[in-house]
Design a protein around this ligand. Structure first.
Ligand code: ADP
Length: 247
């Protein structure tokens, strides 16, 4: 059997009174794109922070290419690329400067030209981060996640808030990643349908459905992924779990 790119077993994470992640297990095979879906508050961000080693689980285990992202932090950093929501980048630095800075973190980085071309920012090399459009900033944050030639890539809310053209460009960039294993956090079902080989659907910190997008649709007896999501979780796609609990 091939070694999974990511193996998550029975992870739990509690913040004071909130159980954010409650006994979650999944794997991502090499080359696979796994979608992690759920409404706001479902536990998606906490789950990927645990995978990236940014937080420690209360119990359970995480392995990235067989390594523990907390104990083998240095090795995992070379293998994992993470694009987090609202990346805090240095506003005054240009595209080229940011790419060069990120390249310096890795032992065998992609060339600056390669990453800039991957996300079609060739015309923006000398533009400061703060002067890029939202879509361009988003594309740059993806480029920076890919700079270190990661074998595993984590992408959070890839195209939220972008116009259709920018979304299609980003999707094309992700589709071009055939070797890499990807975890894609999203609540855009068109994006998930297009990019993901398999999905796990989280609700209140637990996995409530998993499989290929087609499996999940048929398990729910739904017509499409969006309907399946609503049928399985009882939430609208843009609902907020914390607020619903109070209602
Ligand atoms: P999602 O990414 O799906 O929106 P999160 O993982 O951010 O979900 O949150 C899961 C639950 O944990 C929510 O109820 C959220 O309010 C809570 N939570 C997340 N981060 C923290 C934190 N740092 N402190 C306390 N509660 C948190």
């Amino acid at each position: 059997m091939t070694e999974p790119a990511v193996l998550v077993e029975n992870i739990r994470k509690r913040y004071k009174d909130t159980v954010a992640v409650d006994d979650v297990s999944f794997r991502v095979d090499p080359g696979e794109v796994l979608g992690v879906l759920g409404v706001n508050g479902a536990g998606k961000s906490t789950t990927i922070e645990l995978v990236a080693g940014l937080r420690a689980p209360d119990s359970g285990s995480v392995r990235v290419l067989g390594l523990d992202p907390r104990k083998d932090r240095k090795a995992v950093r070379q293998l994992l690329g993470v694009q987090l929501q609202e990346a805090q980048l240095h506003d005054a630095l240009t595209v080229s400067e940011l790419v060069d800075m990120y390249r310096s973190f890795y032992s065998d980085p992609r060339s600056a030209d390669e990453v800039i071309e991957m996300v079609e920012l060739g015309g923006k090399r000398d533009t400061r981060f703060e002067s890029l459009s939202g879509g361009q900033q988003q594309r740059l944050s993806i480029a920076l996640a890919l700079v270190g030639r990661p074998r595993v890539v984590i992408l959070d809310e890839l195209t939220t808030g972008l116009d259709p053209r920018a979304r299609r460009r980003i999707w094309a960039a992700i589709e071009a990643l055939t070797e890499e294993s990807v975890i894609l956090v999203s609540h855009a079902m068109d994006e998930v349908q297009r990019l993901c080989d398999r999905v796990v659907l989280l609700d209140a910190g637990r996995i409530v459905a998993e499989g290929t997008p087609a499996d999940v649709v048929s398990q729910a007896g739904a017509a499409n992924l969006e309907e399946a999501f609503v049928a399985i979780t009882g939430h609208d796609l843009d609902a907020d779990e914390d607020e619903e609990d109070v209602a």
